[in-house]
Design a protein around this ligand. Sequence first.
Ligand SMILES: [Fe+2]
Ligand SMILES: [Fe+2]
Length: 170
Amino acid sequence: MRSILVGKFSNYTLKHELKHNNGAGHIKMIKEWKNGMPIVGLPEILGNLDIDSDHRKVSDALDALLLSLTYNANHNTVLSTLVELIDSICRHFQTEEYMMLSIKYDAIDAHKKEHEEFMNLLWSILFNFETNNEQITTDTLTMISFWKFDHISTFDKEFVEAYQYYLRNN
Ligand SMILES: [Fe+2]
Ligand SMILES: [Fe+2]
């Protein structure tokens, strides 16, 4: 089992835990309070089936990429898992933005800007890996995981609340 530190905050640390289970990996996000028990399963579940299932797919793709790095997979394998991860994120952003349009969500611009900036970062990681043979490291994955955690618990959470409210009232 491996633990990867994602971030240190004033009252807690955030870790990714990778478990090996008959060759299959599983990543858990763990929040460890400075003076208490770890809390597992951070805000991945927002209460909308489409969005929750997309987020799960992104986690699985991250999981696959981390495993390929852990087992020193060859360039092509890492490349295909990286492309799958970026593809799952890109398609998820499109779904989410379509849902925002469907309810005329007033914070759509700021949310889309977050998505666009992150996509630019992912394209540059892919470009550097393919063109300059720049390695994907666990730091890269940590950064992606942390962005995902932070985005889901702020922007996505706010949107899903607005979306569910819209559905209840229209
Ligand atoms: Fe989002
Ligand atoms: Fe999302």
